[in-house]
Ligand binder design. Structure first.
Ligand SMILES: NC(=O)C1=CN([C@@H]2O[C@H](COP(=O)(O)OP(=O)(O)OC[C@H]3O[C@@H](n4cnc5c(N)ncnc54)[C@H](OP(=O)(O)O)[C@@H]3O)[C@@H](O)[C@H]2O)C=CC1
Ligand SMILES: N[C@@H](CC=O)C(=O)O
Ligand code: NA
Length: 430
């Protein structure tokens, strides 16, 4: 039987899951690929660290060259993360005619086109299913399952850590700091969770999805990004009272050949299928011209779900080797990029304000919207416990961003409005 040799860069959360599957599912791998897959070397940073799977200690190395320049290794699995070193290592591995599988969305969002081109030039495979939605086969869903359709819109909950934090804050009375720690200890959060909570991780995933869905070479700079750090418990509670869940959502939409991509806390009505996607689960809602609406749902992070995506890529690479078609399935963006101006993007909005708790204050607020020709869909007012203030939460009807910004400014200037505490976009049902 043909023997395929694999080298790993990294043996952390995802690496451990990959090694676990390669060790315990040999039989299945042989059935699927007709080959015996063995691990030859594993690059780590700390040789002395105690590991869950210590039977592989003899394969550990601190020298990247033992993996990427090793003539015995056919396929590199990159699960160490980071950008600069990994970019160099993957280029070198491809030059050495090794196929590469990576879970690294940071790298693929920034240098995906360059690396995919290098892979195509070398006749090598470069697969990265784990980089978006962990175990959900969303990249394959776009490139294979929906290959015949033109995609209109993607809405994704693509960051497990922030979804975990917002779900826990919504369903239990628990502090932001405590749930972030939980997400870290469960292995969902990045080594530095800033990229999770500031929305950058989701933005990177939206870049990768947009490349595949629209074949447009968007970059991270094209994504308007806001994280969850300013989402207050009150925002979550008032949203619930109005019938909505707050989620960190990425939206990529093409209209008249112009693309708009954004990531931010967004209200979803409870009857929206994405509203019930909780904890570390991810989901990507895809609107195709012909297929209509589809949703890809599953665990977006964690050891084994992410490892499943990596090992499924590995099976594809080994099958491609058997058919002699490596490097033939590289998707490079082919369309010209035209970005939509933010000001004209339409949405409903949620606003939470503190107003003076006195007769007439609420009617001044609603009067302002009325005078500006913007109707409101829902409004609630509740007294605050201190300061002779009331809290008002509003859902507007759909309006352009520039129009909303004008009204927001007028609202802040209104004498009875003490403060506009927050505002977010609201995604309606299609
Ligand atoms: N965790 C998850 O749920 C998901 C992670 N990903 C992505 O997968 C990748 C891996 O993530 P994860 O497993 O969580 O990360 P971990 O931090 O758990 O593991 C990283 C591994 O890489 C090794 N490593 C890191 N830097 C170096 C270096 N400079 N030289 C040698 N070895 C190095 C570490 O060595 P040592 O063990 O010695 O410290 C460790 O084994 C990242 O790109 C991440 O974004 C993608 C989807 C989900
Ligand atoms: N930190 C990421 C891990 C998976 O990509 C997340 O929380 O989704
Ligand atoms: Na995936």
């Amino acid at each position: 039987m043909k023997k395929i040799s694999v080298g790993l860069l990294g043996f952390g959360t995802v690496g451990t899951g990959v090694v676990h599957l390669l060790t315990n599912d040999q039989q299945r791998l042989v059935q699927q690929t007709g080959s015996q897959i063995q691990i030859s070397k594993i690059l780590v940073k700390d040789r002395e660290k105690s590991r869950k799977m210590d039977q592989y200690d003899h394969l550990l190395t601190l020298n990247p060259s033992d993996v990427i320049d090793n003539p015995e290794i056919d396929i590199i699995i990159e699960v160490m993360g980071g950008i600069d070193d990994t970019r160099k290592y993957i280029h070198r591995a491809l030059k050495n005619k090794k196929h590469v599988i990576t879970a690294n969305k940071d790298l693929m969002a920034l240098y995906g086109t360059e690396l995919l081109q290098a892979a195509a030039d070398e006749g090598c495979d470069l697969y990265y299913e784990a980089s978006v939605g962990g175990g959900i086969p969303i990249l394959r869903g776009l490139t294979d399952g929906l290959a015949a359709d033109r995609i209109k819109k993607l809405i994704g909950i693509v960051n497990g850590t922030t979804n975990y934090i917002l779900s826990k804050m919504s369903h239990q009375s628990v502090s932001y700091e405590k749930v972030l720690q939980e997400a870290q200890s469960l292995g969902f959060a990045e080594a530095d969770p800033t990229s999770d909570v500031e929305g950058l991780d989701a933005a990177r995933k939206m870049v990768i999805l947009s490349h595949l869905a629209y074949s447009i070479p968007v970059t991270l700079e094209d994504v308007k990004v806001e994280g969850i750090t300013r989402v207050a418990e009150e925002d979550i509670q008032y949203s619930k009272k109005l019938g909505y869940a707050i989620k960190l959502v990425g939206i990529a939409e093409v209209e008249d050949d112009e693309i708009d991509i954004r990531v931010g806390p967004t209200l979803l009505p409870f009857n929206h299928p994405l509203a019930s996607v909780d904890n570390e689960f991810n989901a990507i809602y895809v609107y195709g011209h012909s297929v209509g609406e589809t949703m890809f749902y599953g665990p977006g992070a964690g050891e084994l779900p992410t490892a499943i995506a990596v090992v499924s890529d590995l099976i594809t690479v080994v099958k491609n080797m058997a058919y002699g078609i490596n490097g033939k399935h590289i998707f490079l963006p082919l369309q010209e990029k035209k970005c939509k101006s933010s000001e004209t993007v339409e949405s409903q909005y949620f606003l939470r304000l503190h107003v003076k708790d006195q007769p007439g204050a609420l009617s001044k607020v609603t009067g302002l919207f009325n005078d500006q020709g913007m109707s409101l869909q829902k409004i609630i007012q509740e007294p605050l416990l201190s300061g002779n203030l009331a809290e008002v939460a509003i859902i507007t009807h759909t309006t352009e961003q520039q129009r909303f910004e004008q009204i927001y400014q007028l609202l802040k200037d209104l004498e009875d409005v003490i403060d506009v505490k927050s505002y977010y976009r609201v995604e309606g049902m299609k």
